[in-house]
Design a binder for this molecule. Structure first.
Ligand code: ATP
Length: 243
């Protein structure tokens, strides 16, 4: 299987305002993800997950190292690489708040080789599947957080990219909405061969959606295995102590 994401010795540090020392958020991470893999990115708060995701999707430039998306070096050909990527960041900053649900979907569908009819069909399908019919003409800023989250995931899907990054997609959602998002992700994973990277603290997401888990701590990868091999560790919560 081909590698969709290849990152080699990637490092990123931040300088906090007024602080002398730099924060080394990502300390030299290498990772390969194959087409169709669903990878859970786990680790405690501040481990470096969001920084890693932002670098992989071109929103942050690493201090060192290389990142290839479908073989394209994101540093050298950022826009070209970003065409292969959708990203749902915490707080749904990928959405246009003053556009309606439908307008957001239409906008992100773009024109990636699809006809107007195909886009329309996919949009209708996603609106039904995400239970957004009643809200389709409402502005995103008027929706609940759970609804916004569903729109953000739907937008990532309609963009029809090979790679989707989801940063804590179920954070702060009630049990039902969280279940709904998990179910939708599972169905999509079964239907379409997308490569998905999900940063999460939500164990049901890990167990039900992810195939492989990468655990990050203090800016390094400390475990990388199939989810079933790490399940015992999760159940005993022992992984918290191995970090
Ligand atoms: P969480 O699970 O809480 O979202 P995370 O694993 O996503 O955490 P990051 O947000 O990548 O972790 O943060 C890694 C480290 O980098 C932390 O120490 C954080 O304080 C620091 N950091 C992140 N963004 C910035 C920034 N813009 N400026 C300065 N320091 C930052």
């Amino acid at each position: 299987m081909e590698n969709v994401i290849e990152i080699q010795n990637v490092k990123k540090s931040y300088r906090k305002k007024g602080a002398k020392e730099k924060v080394e958020a990502v300390k030299g991470v290498s990772l390969t993800v194959k087409k169709g893999e669903i990878v859970g990115l786990l680790g405690p708060n501040g481990a470096g997950k969001t920084t890693l995701i932002k670098m992989m999707c071109g929103l942050l430039i690493p201090n060192e190292g290389t990142i290839l998306i479908n073989g394209i070096n994101i540093r050298q050909k950022r826009l070209q690489a970003m065409e292969h990527i959708s990203v749902v960041l915490e707080g749904n900053r990928n959405l246009y708040w003053r556009l309606t649900v439908k307008e957001n979907l239409e906008y992100f569908a773009g024109n990636r080789g699809h006809s107007k009819k195909q886009i329309q069909e996919k949009m209708e399908h996603l609106i039904d599947r995400f239970n957004l019919r009643e809200k389709e003409n409402e502005m995103v800023n008027a929706l609940s957080r759970g609804m916004q989250q569903k729109v953000a995931v739907a937008v990532a899907l309609i963009a029809n990219t090979d790679v989707i990054f989801l940063d804590e997609p179920t954070l702060g959602l009630d049990l039902e909405t969280s279940y709904e998002i998990r179910t939708l992700l599972k169905e999509i994973v079964e239907e379409e061969q997308k490569t998905i990277i999900i940063s999460t603290h939500d164990m049901p997401v890990v167990q039900e959606v992810c195939e492989r888990v990468v655990i990050v701590n203090h800016g390094n990868i400390v475990a990388d295995d199939r989810v079933e091999n790490l399940l015992q560790l999760f159940e005993s919560k022992a992984y918290l102590f191995t970090l």
